[in-house]
Design a protein. Structure first.
Length: 225
C-alpha cells in the first residue's frame, strides 16, 4: 500500500482560460501539472539552467543583453539568469496568473524571490505565443520553456509556435544575431530542420544526460545578423 509520502498533495488548483494548472507537493518536490500533463518539478533544474547558459554563450559577449524567458515554471531559468551579471534586462512571459502568484507569495517563492526582487526582472502576464506575434519590442535572446517540447505541447494552441509562422514571429522578436533557445524533453531532428527552413543559422542541439531514458535537450538557433 502506498504511504502518505508517496501520494502527491495538491497545494493549489486553478482553472484559467487555458485550462487547469495544479501545484503539488510530492515528498520534498514541488510539481506543476498543466491540463493533466506533468510540466516540471523542483528535482533538478540542470536543463533549465542550460537553456539560459547556451543562449548567453551564443551571444558571444554582447553587452547587457535583454533576455525574454517564455514561461516562469518553477523559477529555475529566471533564478539562474538573475544570478548571472551579464543580462541587462530579464523579461518573463507567463500566461498563468496562478503560477505568478505561487512565486510572488506562495511555495515557489523560495526559488525565485531574489530574482523577482532584482531590478532587471520584469514579469509579463501574457501568452508567449500571442506576444511574439504582437510585440514591437526585440530581444537579444528568447528562451522557450512553455511545453515539454515542439512535439509535446501543453495546449493545442501552442503547436503554432513551432510552425514556420510561429518561428517567423520568434525571429521577428529577436535583434539581428539574436538567439532562440527551446527546451525539449527529447531531441527532434525534424524541429532542427524546421528551424533551418525558417532561416535560422547555427542550429544545434545540446543534451542533458539522464540516468534512464531519453535526455532533455535545448535546441539552439541564431537569427541572421
Amino acid at each position: 500500500m502506498p504511504t502518505s509520502y508517496d501520494i502527491p498533495e495538491v497545494l493549489d488548483r486553478h482553472e484559467g482560460p487555458h485550462g487547469e494548472v495544479v501545484l503539488r507537493r510530492h515528498g520534498e518536490l514541488l510539481q506543476i501539472i498543466a491540463n493533466g500533463c506533468f510540466l516540471m518539478d523542483t528535482s533538478d533544474g540542470r536543463s533549465e539552467r542550460l537553456l539560459v547558459d547556451v543562449a548567453l554563450g551564443a551571444l558571444d559577449g554582447r553587452p547587457e543583453p535583454h533576455l525574454l524567458l517564455g514561461g516562469l515554471g518553477v523559477g529555475f531559468s529566471l533564478a539562474h539568469a538573475a544570478a548571472d551579471p551579464r543580462p541587462g534586462r530579464i523579461t518573463v512571459a507567463e500566461r498563468e496568473s496562478a503560477i505568478i502568484g505561487w512565486h510572488l507569495d506562495g511555495p515557489l517563492s523560495q526559488f525565485s524571490a531574489r530574482a523577482l526582487a532584482d531590478p532587471r526582472t520584469e514579469i509579463l502576464e501574457t501568452d508567449l505565443v500571442a506576444y511574439v506575434h504582437e510585440t514591437s519590442d526585440t530581444y537579444d535572446a528568447l528562451c522557450l520553456d512553455i511545453d515539454n517540447g515542439p512535439g509535446w505541447t501543453v495546449t493545442e494552441g501552442n503547436d503554432s509556435l513551432y510552425s514556420p509562422d510561429g518561428l517567423a514571429a520568434c525571429a521577428g522578436a529577436l535583434k539581428p544575431g539574436g538567439v532562440l533557445a527551446v527546451w525539449s524533453a527529447q531531441p527532434s531532428p525534424e524541429f532542427e530542420e524546421t528551424l533551418r527552413n525558417a532561416g535560422f543559422q547555427q542550429v544545434r542541439t545540446e543534451e542533458i544526460p539522464v540516468a534512464r531514458g531519453v535526455p532533455d535537450v535545448v535546441h539552439l538557433a541564431v537569427q541572421p545578423g
